[in-house]
Write a protein that binds this ligand. Structure first.
Ligand code: PLP
Length: 482
């Protein structure tokens, strides 16, 4: 006798989920895209709210979408688009003290080559696109604050700097895990001035500074201009500085300060776990009296639910100097930043005074007002979401167009990706060939004092995705094959 096997019955919610899954499979919906809302799905498919919700739960369970609080469901990067990550930056025992002579000029040569070509497909410079910054709103605030201030606005705002701006910065410090008084903050001309002041307050010419490897090229320029040398500490793409390697270095060499971007290092996007931050500050640096200059410029651009704590949250000795600015999130051209210099407060204020006398008054006032009105926090919420989506898009294009064997980071914040190209790829040559095709990238060697990372590149994801960028990624992938 023949047994009848009944075809498994599919529920309505499974059918709805399948239709959405097909859109993802056909790449009509792509990583980072918002999936139609529950309400839209109800109207589109003529289903009840609970069916639409069950469909989303099923898609979530299958790893196709993820829920984001108060925002809806988004397509997750698919496994086949998750390339392996680059490994540890270099062997712990290969580091040496590196004199930086000539580094600044080499870096400038590379950066200037695309800075002056705004028409290039912009994967080179790590700035947010002007399209995703609230420029018009901020400029209106600038005009209004300048009008209100009258003649008083055209005066020096001597260190420590604009009172309301410092109040607004202090108000947000608990997000980073610590309390701050206004007079513990000095405003500056961007994070670069903060870092320079921090280095000058803690080091003397000829001293050696421990840095991450790879690290932001501007830091290498700052070290060279101050006559400092560097020791590159191996840095992990997820966890940041290798603390064992750091301890081994400190046992052998005299280090005047450490300069780390603990929350989303540029270019790695690494984020030091909280326990490592505690150990770094309390177990490694405090007993040796070594200051930590913490570059926090990307810390507010987290992709998850909360901002990582600053190392300052674990500091009881005043040895952590926090440096940051509004350049990556609001207004690079306003040139407004700040430093929280810990026990080096007086020295930093004096250096600031000697260096630039005062920070420009109007940009500080405008940003302070923008923050006070609530517009800044609102903007940050949407900027974080955008950056996360843009990073997902570029990662996906790397998986699609770059040669087999390419590795790419999976940053949990910020908006840059660090790629390791297979074989004996030459990043500087790729950079030249990309420029000839109207595409800018940042070649790996400029992120190292020791000229490491010959086969690495950094891609900035600061611009909204367009077909032009997709074509540029296709071209880059083809050039990287060669
Ligand atoms: C890690 C890091 N620190 C500092 C800076 C410089 O910041 P600012 O423009 O505020 O001087 C940058 C800019 O790219 C950066 O990536």
């Amino acid at each position: 006798m023949k047994t009848e096997i009944a075809a498994p019955r599919t529920h309505l919610y499974e059918q709805v989920a399948e239709e959405v899954a097909q859109l993802i499979g056909q790449r009509i919906l792509r990583a980072g895209d918002r999936v139609p809302s529950v309400r839209k799905l109800m109207a589109q498919k003529g289903v009840s709210r609970s069916t639409a919700l069950q469909a989303f739960q099923l898609l979530e369970g299958r790893g196709l979408v993820e829920a984001r609080p108060q925002s809806g469901y988004y397509v997750k990067p698919q496994r086949e688009h998750l390339l392996p990550e680059p490994e540890h930056s270099h062997e712990p025992d290969t580091y040496d003290q590196i004199e930086l002579e000539g580094t600044a000029a080499k870096v400038a040569e590379v950066i200037v080559s695309f800075r002056h070509h705004p028409e290039y497909a912009p994967f080179g410079v790590a700035t947010p696109s002007p399209q995703i910054l609230p420029n018009r709103a901020l400029n209106r605030v600038l005009a209004a604050t300048a009008r209100q201030a009258g003649d008083a606005g055209n005066n020096y705002d001597f260190p420590p700097g604009h009172v309301e701006l410092r109040r607004q910065i202090a108000l947000r410090a608990p997000d980073a895990g610590y309390q701050l008084a206004m007079d513990e903050i000095v405003t500056t001309f961007g994070c670069m001035e903060s870092l320079n002041l921090a280095l000058r307050a803690t080091c003397h010419p000829g001293d050696c500074v421990a840095i991450e490897s790879p690290t932001y090229y501007g830091l290498l320029q700052a070290l060279e201009s101050l006559g400092l040398s560097a020791i590159e500490i191996p840095t992990h793409p997820q966890n940041g500085v290798d603390l064992l390697a750091l301890e081994a270095t400190l046992a052998k060499r005299k280090v005047a300060a450490c300069l780390f971007a603990t929350s989303y290092n540029n270019p790695l996007g690494s984020c030091m776990p909280e326990e490592n931050r505690r150990a770094l500050v309390q177990d490694i640096l405090a007993p040796r009296g070594i200051p930590l200059i913490e570059d926090e410029i990307y810390a507010d651009l987290y992709h998850g639910l909360a901002r990582p704590k600053s190392c300052r949250a674990f500091d009881t000795e005043g040895l952590v100097l926090v440096c940051s600015s509004f350049s990556k999130c609001l207004a690079p051209g306003y040139r407004v930043g700040w430093i929280v210099p810990g026990r080096f407060g007086q020295r930093v204020q004096l250096l600031k005074f000697m260096n630039t006398l005062a920070t420009a008054t109007h940009p500080q006032a405008a940003i302070a007002d923008f923050m006070k009105s609530g517009a800044f926090d609102h903007h940050m919420r949407s900027l974080r979401k955008r950056m996360r989506e843009q990073v997902a898009r570029v990662s996906e294009a790397v998986a699609e167009y770059f040669p087999a064997g390419t590795r790419v980071t999976r940053p949990a914040g910020g908006f840059v990706l660090w790629l390791e190209l297979p074989g004996n790829a030459n990043a500087l040559r790729l950079h030249q060939r990309a420029l000839a095709e109207g595409i800018s990238i940042a070649p790996g060697p400029i992120f190292s004092a020791g000229q490491r990372y010959q086969n690495f590149i950094r891609l900035s994801c600061g611009y909204p995705w367009t077909t032009r960028l997709e074509h540029a990624m296709m071209t880059l992938g083809r050039l990287a094959q060669a």
